[in-house]
Design a protein around this ligand. Structure first.
Ligand code: 0O2
Length: 208
């Protein structure tokens, strides 16, 4: 298996999706005072992680293109929980890719405490051999969900997937605290957005 050649279209997909999703963010910023998108990141799964996941999920090399759906991954991070639905709707209605699966880990959190909304998409990418449909994953989550997931991911790495029970219990409590924070922030969303509007107007006045 030539991994570099295999992963090349996935890198292209990640780069294209990052440009498009960052473009959405810029457009929101121009057209309204509040952008539901805080930031966008993306990565191609490292070869070592691809191999580890193939082993863990017992995926045959011939099936990785369909079975390993997060080789190309982009993440959209929002300020508020209610922003997520709007972003998901906009992504569903786009014509440049097809959503083939949705995983709602917000209303159905994972056992670990993980929350996020995942869209699995089929993205047409132009290669020198013609068009190819590549599967990619878009994760949409709040800043609080992202904070939790990033820390949990680091601990998983540290403990090689075997986080001690005591730490797991703390993580579950932290996940609930993060969710509570999202709920509380939602309640004062209008006030926060008013303040952001004033801040933006003042900033624009200064720049004139
Ligand atoms: P990385 O390093 O981000 O690439 P599974 O891997 O079995 O949990 P599955 O069926 O492949 O899940 O797909 P799913 O549920 O859409 O999850 C894929 C990705 O979602 C993961 O990729 C993580 O990025 C994220 N994710 C899912 N569950 C958790 C969790 O409990 N904690 C954290 N921090 N992230 C999670 P990878 O390959 O695990 O990791």
């Amino acid at each position: 298996m030539n991994w570099r050649n295999f992963l090349a279209p996935y890198s292209q997909v990640v780069e294209e999706l990052k440009v498009k999703l960052k473009g959405m963010r810029t457009q929101f910023e121009h057209e309204s005072s509040h952008s539901p998108i805080e930031f966008v990141t993306g990565r191609v799964k490292p070869i070592s992680s691809v191999k580890e996941k193939m082993k863990r999920k017992n995926i045959h090399i011939n099936d990785i293109e369909t079975e390993l759906q997060d080789i190309a991954g982009v993440r959209v991070v929002c300020q508020f929980v209610d922003d997520i639905d709007g972003i998901v709707d906009r992504l569903r209605s786009r014509n440049d890719f097809d959503v083939i699966e949705e995983r709602d880990y917000i209303n159905h959190k994972k056992e670990s405490g993980y929350r996020s909304y995942h869209l699995i998409i089929s993205y047409p990418v132009e290669t020198i051999h013609g068009e190819r449909k590549v599967i990619a994953e878009i994760q949409i989550r709040t800043l609080a969900m992202n904070f939790w997931a990033t820390n949990e991911h680091t601990l998983n790495y540290k403990y090689e997937g075997q986080i001690p029970e005591k730490v797991q219990a703390r993580l579950k409590r932290a996940a609930e605290a993060a969710f509570k924070l999202d709920e509380e922030m939602s309640k004062i969303k209008d006030e926060i957005q008013d303040a952001q509007r004033v801040f933006k107007t003042n900033k624009n006045d200064h720049e004139k």
